[in-house]
Design a binder for this molecule. Structure first.
Ligand code: FAS
Ligand code: PHB
Length: 389
């Protein structure tokens, strides 16, 4: 089989790239390790920057998002029993959209399948061959049968645990990593959200986040120990701990219910450079990871796809390789700023095991400065709604 762009990974990065390229007549094949239902079963991100929203519309898959999503003009920062709002629209003139990753991935799958997209599921033993030549090809097996896919380019959209990043020799790639000494225990419950905006809460006992997916589907997180497992937390214990970490007025209003999903995500900052090697491009989690505090993971995947889509279209339509030659440089420039914001908000709002009294005072002074300074809130808002592509 032959295609113009082989895409490894059928998550949001791979699907969005496939759909955008298809709209410009560029042929792709998406190779996914799991099944569509398995991919859709993963509960992940919930906040979309305006850049992502525009990309979904450009890809022709924005209709359900536009009909069903929430628009949030701001967010709440809580500390102890106090809280203050940061108004994104006032500071930046724009908002964020609340629409679950599961739903946008579903929309992308539906569009690819409706438009005859070539999606191969349950692939195994994926190997990217001759990426540093002019004739790369991908080998893989399906049902034990060896397959070969010849292509012009390979987009590695296979996430943090995929094979694409490992294809780049250690003599070429440089990795930067910070692992945080805590995780996030998240639950999904069919209950009305506790507030009409998100609540990011610092408390003596640890961080908590009150989020949502729709008017009757809420997403909550509490900072937890890396030694915890979801089984250690009954729903009742989760709700009681969440109530201790948010202001009393919200704790009293909280509607609890059975969890329909419960999982723990470790927190990590990670970047690999460069994001291109020969004819292989890395996109999304295959190249970088952020702690979810700044809601940047999925949104940095989107800006990667924006840059790569534009570069490949420029190449195929104009024969100009400038966009793909500058892909890694442009993507990394925006990624590092998102890494900084995610690292800073994680440090601002989480309790560290080895935190000194002085560290605690610094954290409280930082929150107080954010509360009192319009300039600080403008900086927070600019980063949260998404820096320009
Ligand atoms: P993904 O990991 O989503 O997709 C990669 C795909 O490649 C997967 O479908 C995988 O099955 C497939 N694959 C892997 N290896 C392969 C191989 N060898 N061959 C073929 N296919 C292969 N971001 C936020 O903004 N907010 C959040 O709250 C948030 N929560 C998260 C919770 C968890 C547990 C995780 C892991 C991530 C979370 N993220 C969050 C980040 C997340 O949303 C990612 O940024 C987003 O999934 C990135 O999309 P992709 O780059 O497509 O990678
Ligand atoms: C979510 O709704 O899953 C979510 C929202 C904001 C974040 C992280 C996760 O910063």
């Amino acid at each position: 089989m032959r295609t113009q762009v082989a895409i490894i990974g059928g998550g949001p990065s791979g699907l969005l790239l496939s759909q955008l390229l298809h709209r410009r007549g560029i042929d792709t094949v998406v190779l996914e390790r799991k099944t569509r239902d398995y991919v859709l079963g993963r509960i992940r991100a919930g906040i979309l920057e305006s850049g992502f929203v525009e990309l979904m519309r450009e890809a022709g898959v924005g209709a359900r998002m536009d009909a069903e999503s929430f628009t949030h003009e701001g967010t709440v920062i809580a500390y102890g029993d106090e809280e203050f709002g940061i108004n994104f629209r006032e500071h930046t003139g724009t908002d964020v959209v609340v629409y679950g990753q599961t739903e946008l991935t579903r929309d992308l799958y539906d569009a690819r399948e409706a438009e005859g997209g070539k999606l191969v599921f349950n692939v195994e033993n994926v190997v990217i061959n001759d990426a540093d030549s002019d004739a790369p090809f991908v080998t893989y097996t399906v049902d034990g049968v060896e397959q070969r896919l010849d292509c012009d380019y390979v987009a590695g959209c296979d996430g943090f645990h995929g094979v694409s990043r490992q294809t780049i020799p250690l003599t070429v790639r440089r990795e930067y990593e910070k692992v945080y000494p805590f995780g996030w225990l998240g639950i999904l419950s069919e209950t009305p959200p506790v507030h009409d905006e998100l609540i990011y809460s610092w408390s003596e006992r640890g961080f908590a986040l009150c989020s949502m997916r729709n008017a009757n589907l809420s997403r909550y997180y509490i900072q937890c120990s890396l030694s915890d497992s979801p089984e250690d937390w009954s729903d009742e214990n989760f709700w009681e701990e969440l109530k201790r970490r948010i202001p009393a007025r919200h704790a009293e209003a909280l509607v609890t219910g059975p969890s329909i999903e419960k999982s723990i995500a470790p927190l990590r900052s990670f970047v690999t450079e460069p994001m291109r090697w020969g004819r292989l491009f890395l996109c999304g989690d295959a190249a970088h990871i952020v702690p979810p505090t700044g809601a940047k993971g999925l949104n940095t995947a989107a800006s990667d796809i924006h840059y790569l889509d534009h570069g490949l279209v420029q190449f195929y339509e104009e024969g100009d390789a400038e966009g793909i030659d500058r892909y890694s440089e442009k993507a990394l420039a925006r990624i590092w700023k998102a890494e900084r914001f995610s690292w800073a908000t994680t440090n601002l709002l989480h309790r560290y095991p080895d935190q000194s009294e002085f560290d605690l005072k610094m954290q409280q002074a930082e929150i107080a400065f954010l509360r009192d300074s319009s300039a600080a809130q403008k900086v927070f808002a600019q980063n949260y709604v998404g820096l320009p592509y």
